[in-house]
Write a protein that binds this ligand. Structure first.
Ligand SMILES: Nc1ncnc2c1ncn2[C@@H]1O[C@H](COP(=O)(O)OP(=O)(O)OP(=O)(O)O)[C@@H](O)[C@H]1O
Ligand SMILES: [Mg+2]
Length: 229
């Protein structure tokens, strides 16, 4: 029988080329389907590096990582890019929206790279409108270039982009750092509503411990990364 784990890390060791010591040496970690994980831990403990490895953006030196029952460690870098496009939704601190593209184009782009995601969307325009509505963003913003949005609006467009096409894994790195406390609460509620509706697995990194109550699982990254102890 297939295990219920979405992510299984048996080992993961990584050193940045010019650093004198490892940045990551992970203790074994299993993530179940639909689990909502809150990762916190001191600055520089390797959280962002770890997320970049799970996304296939950084190649670890030694690793045994299975994701969605695929031997992720053995995929070539182009297969990892494809795997990420098909299976992940990501929200990073700087959102990485393309400034000159409209809200609609930024969101749709995520499906443009993945047949798997676009197969979950029968009508792109109405799905984008639905997500914007769920995220409390005016449909009037659809054709606005991302650079003309407020930070809070950009953050929600980044979430819509992460959620479209029903990816199985959502990875968020400090996505609320620029929001005031009211906006933060709205953002978290909307994120969780969508994540639960899609039965997605969520990995969320934040220094803001007030957000931890939304999550069923909490890890101090310095505990699970032996290199940071
Ligand atoms: N490109 C890089 N080259 C060399 N060292 C790096 C690079 N990026 C990060 N590091 C180092 O790796 C360590 C972990 O960095 P990382 O960004 O993963 O930490 P973090 O836990 O996400 O921190 P924060 O909470 O401040 O975001 C730090 O000591 C950092 O200086
Ligand atoms: Mg970081």
């Amino acid at each position: 029988m297939q295990s219920n784990n979405i992510i299984e890390i048996s080992s993961c060791i990584f050193q940045y080329p010019h650093n004198s010591k490892n940045t990551l040496d992970m203790a074994p970690l299993h993530v179940r389907k639909g689990e909502h994980i809150f990762l916190h831990g001191k600055s520089g403990s390797g959280k962002t590096t770890f997320l970049n490895i799970l996304c296939g953006i950084i190649e670890p030196d030694i690793s045994d990582i299975k994701i969605l029952h695929t031997d992720f460690s053995k995929l070539s870098s182009s297969h990892k890019d494809r795997f990420r496009a098909d299976n992940y939704g990501t929200v990073f601190q700087q959102f990485n929206l393309l400034p000159y593209l409209s809200v609609k184009e930024n969101i749709a782009l995520s499906c443009g790279f993945s047949k798997q995601k676009s197969s979950h969307v029968s009508d792109m325009e109405s799905e984008i409108e639905r997500l914007l509505k769920e995220l409390d963003l005016s449909p009037a913003l659809l054709n606005t270039p991302a650079m003309n949005l407020s930070v809070g609006e950009q953050q929600r467009v980044a979430v819509a982009r992460a959620l479209i096409g029903a990816p199985k894994i959502i990875i968020a790195d400090e996505p609320t750092s620029a929001l005031d406390s009211d906006a933060k609460e709205r953002f978290m509620k909307l994120l969780f509503k969508q994540v639960e509706a899609q039965n997605a697995t969520l990995l969320f990194v934040s220094h803001d411990r007030s957000l931890s109550s939304y999550f069923g699982t909490h890890y101090d990254f310095t505990e699970i990364n032996k290199a940071a102890r």
